[in-house]
Every structure is written in C-alpha cells, then in structure tokens.
Design a protein around this ligand. Structure first.
Ligand SMILES: *Cc1c(COP(=O)(O)O)cnc(C)c1O
Length: 464
C-alpha cells in the first residue's frame, strides 16, 4: 500500500516510511492512497478471533512490506499483554453495550495501538540495525501506554515529557516506576502546552531529528489509527450476533479524533455502521464544527476527562482531506486559515457530508457525573471519559449503542469517588506500584535543556 500526505503534491510513501516518520515533512498527515474494500469479505471475518481479525485488517494496509507470518507474530505478541482473552470484550448493560478497551497494561484504550506500535518499531528497525529514539509529551495516557509499548526494547529509547505535578498521581507512578534503561521520564517545570511546544521545536530542527533518529508516537501515527480499526469490526460482529435487527451505532469519547477516525475508516471499508456518535466534554470544538460548519479554536477547559481536553484535534485533518474531495491544496488553504485566523469554515455541502457519518453530542460535567452515579447504581463503574460517551449515546436517542469505554475507572478515580462515594478497585493483574521505586529527571521547560539531556543520555545508552 502506498500512502500520501494530506498536504502533499502527489508524492507517495511506503508503510515503513509512514510509520517511522509519523508526520509528513510538509506538515500533513499520512493517509492510504486507497481504502481497502472489505464489504464482500464481511461474512468470512465474522467468527475470527481478535488476533486473526487484526491480521486480516492490517494486511492490505501493510502490503508486501511485511510477510503475513511476521504480522501474525507481531499481533500475537502485542495482545498477549492484555488481561482479557477477547482483548476488547463487550459488557451488555440494559440500555447500552460497553466496549471495554482498557484491558491492556496501562488500563487505557491507547494500549491497543501502542502495544502494537512498539513491536512494529522493533521489527522495522531490526533489519537495518538502526536505532529509534522516541520523543513525546503527555498529559497522561499516551505517555504511559507508549512507555509500556517500548520498555526494554533493543535499539529503541523513549523520552517522555510530562508537566511536573500536573498529571494524576496514578498516571505519574505508572510512568516513573518503569526502571528500564531505555526509558527516560522527564518532568518539566511548566505546563502540558510547554511540553508540546518543546517537542515541536525539537522535531522542527531537522538536523537534530535526523542525527538522532527521532520518532514520534503521538496519535497521528498511522499505525495507531490502523490498529484501532480492529475493535470496530470485532464489536460489530459480536453486537450483530446478539441484536441482528438493531442499527449499529458507536459512541466515541473524542479528543484528538484518532479513535473515532478509525471507526470512520471501518465504515469506509464496508462495515455496516449506521452512525458514529462523536462525544465531547466542554471542550466542544468538534461538536461546534459538526453542528455549525465552523472549526474555531477556543480556550481549553480543565475537566474530569483530561484526555479529551483538547482544542486542536489533529486527526480531524485526515477526515477533512476526504470531505474536501482529497484535494491537498484545499487542505493547505484551510490549515493556513486556521493558523492565521484560528478558524476555518466548511461549505453547506461539506457539512452535510460530515453529518452523514457523525452525530456530535456535547456532554457537560454534570451530565457526565450523573451518568457515573446512575450506572454505578446498576452495578457498572464507568470512568469519566467513558461516561461522556455513554451520556452522549443516551442523549442522541439511538437504541442500544455500542459505547467505547476508553479507560479503567481507577485511572481517573477523583471523579469516580466523587460520583459514587467509592474507591474503584485495582484490577487483579495490575501490580500495586504505590510503594515502588521511581525514576524521573526534572528539568526546566526549555528546548535547549531537553535537547542537551537527550544527547547526554543517548551517548550513555548506546556506548554500552
Ligand atoms: C486518548 C483518550 C481519549 C481520546 O481519544 P482520541 O483518539 O484522542 O479522540 C479518550 N479517552 C481516553 C481515556 C483517552 O486516553
């Protein structure tokens, strides 16, 4: 499969290039040149295990760059770390079906993609005897999932920035108790945005990037999107067996638009999805876009669902590329409007097109909290992100929606305790790390300091 950039001029790229580079050098995102059509194969895929299904779905996107056996091996390894045999099981409640994406090692849906990406990176650099040094900034979930994805891997290191004292104690421990020598947690004296800006500045220094083989793991990496397509198929098959007559609707708690974009691709590939509910919290840029046609950046609010506290939804550009008729000049124009005026607009027809896939629903803190309380009474504990998705499903009024549950409630226990008066229990397969040794470097929030630290640590790491 060849890939193109949403802002490119027709150049094409291999799967390997796309995975290793993350972002295109023209600033665009990589998308497959064509979307493989699975519609005639749906019946044959229905009874496959999660792992078998993953192999079938990945194959056309990877093409002949990896053998089927290699893909199988990577998939097996990636999902052996999940605590549930089904990988992403569904809990059927009385009015919704909860698709549990949090059974991976760090208890959030990001493990589904990052366990695979870590193994994929290892495979892709193996032949070249190369190294890959990952640099990222996190406000919580991505950092821990990425660290667990690459810890202990040969030829790979990871430098993960987080704002000191500004992430939940659980998330901080989850990252800093990883003592592998290839993992560098960096607490910066600043905000999450400072971290993001440092990362951008380092990646923009192309000499530095090339010299140190820098790679990214943020949600725009194509392999992450690809890995997330699988659970839409798996869940659809399970749901249709139970409810053959009901419409197939997914509700997706959305931030960077990576998770729901995978659902959109599943539909494009031929999975008969009737609607994707795009659930937002008070950070409602995508709700506003999908109701008014205007994508306009406003200030970010802090909520109990921090992974959705986002005003720029990076993966939305991939969808935009499609509704603009896959015209990269048109995407470039919208993106320059966005940087100049903090907004761009869709035409009436483009908005209609977008609305044919997505129904956007905005859920405020009060609605989210009452949803946690209500489901707790019924015997099911939702985390705040998942509760936004479930509330949105009920508000949208479809019958029996499949709601993506993106995190285990213990990760975001502050809101859960407040809504239920109860402390969620640590899942039995997760080690209690409250007393464990930690490793973390603390630095001031400047690009030069971070770069110097990386150079020093990489010299030490690869000298051995
Ligand atoms: C990352 C994340 C989301 C948002 O997913 P996007 O792909 O960014 O839209 C939702 N919930 C949780 C718990 C997350 O970690």
């Amino acid at each position: 499969m060849e890939y193109i950039s949403t802002r490119g001029d027709g150049e094409s790229y291999s799967f390997k290039k796309v995975v290793m580079e993350g972002l295109a050098r023209d600033g665009g995102l990589f998308v497959p040149q064509t979307i493989p059509d699975f519609s005639s194969r749906i019946k044959d895929l229905e009874n496959l295990s999660y792992q078998e299904l993953a192999v079938e779905i990945f194959q056309p996107f990877i093409g002949d760059e990896l053998s089927k056996e290699t893909i199988q091996k990577l998939v097996e390894k990636s999902y052996s770390t999940f605590s549930d045999d089904e990988v992403t099981p569904i809990s059927y409640l009385d009015d919704v079906a909860v698709l549990e994406l949090f059974h991976g090692p760090t208890l959030a849906f990001k493990d589904v993609a990052l366990q695979f990406l870590g193994n994929l990176f290892e495979e892709l650099i193996k032949g070249d005897n190369a190294t890959l040094n990952i640099l990222g900034a996190t406000s919580g979930d991505t950092g821990s999932a990425a660290i667990y994805g690459v810890r202990g891997k040969k030829g790979i290191s990871i430098f993960m920035l987080h704002p000191k004292g500004k992430i939940s104690p659980f998330q901080e421990k989850q990252m800093t108790t990883v003592l592998d020598e290839n993992v560098f947690n960096i607490a910066i004296d600043g905000t999450f945005d400072d971290g993001q800006n440092i990362i951008k500045a380092v990646f923009n220094d192309l000499d530095f990037k090339d010299k140190h083989n820098l790679g990214a793991v943020n949600s725009i990496n194509w392999a992450r999107v690809m890995a997330q397509i699988v659970y839409y198929f798996k869940a659809a098959f399970d749901f249709k067996k139970k409810f053959p007559q009901k419409p197939l609707v997914f509700s997706v708690p959305t931030g960077n638009f990576g998770d729901i974009y995978a659902g959109y691709l599943a539909k494009k590939m031929g999975l008969p999805i009737d609607k994707l509910i795009l659930a937002t919290n008070e950070n409602d840029i995508l709700f506003r876009t999908l109701t008014t046609g205007k994508y306009k950046i406003e200030k970010v609010f802090e909520t109990y669902s921090p992974a959705m506290d986002i005003q720029i939804s990076s993966n939305f550009e991939r969808f935009l590329f499609d509704i603009l008729g896959r015209d990269s000049a048109a995407v470039r124009e919208k993106m320059s409007d966005l940087s100049a005026k903090k907004e761009f607009s869709l035409s009436e027809a483009q908005l209609k097109d977008a609305q044919s896939f997505f129904k956007a629903v905005r859920i405020d803190t009060k609605e989210m909290m009452s949803s946690i309380t209500a489901y707790h009474k019924k015997g099911y504990l939702l985390d705040p992100h998942s509760a936004v998705g479930v509330s949105a499903a009920l508000k949208a009024g479809f019958d029996n929606t499949v709601c993506l549950s993106t995190a285990h409630p213990i990760k975001f226990n502050e809101a859960v305790v407040k809504a239920t008066g109860e402390q969620p229990a640590l899942p039995s397969h997760i080690e209690d790390f409250s007393e464990k040794e930690t490793k973390c470097l603390e630095v001031s929030a400047t690009t030069e300091v971070v770069k110097a630290l990386m150079v020093e640590k990489l010299e030490m790491l690869y000298q051995k």
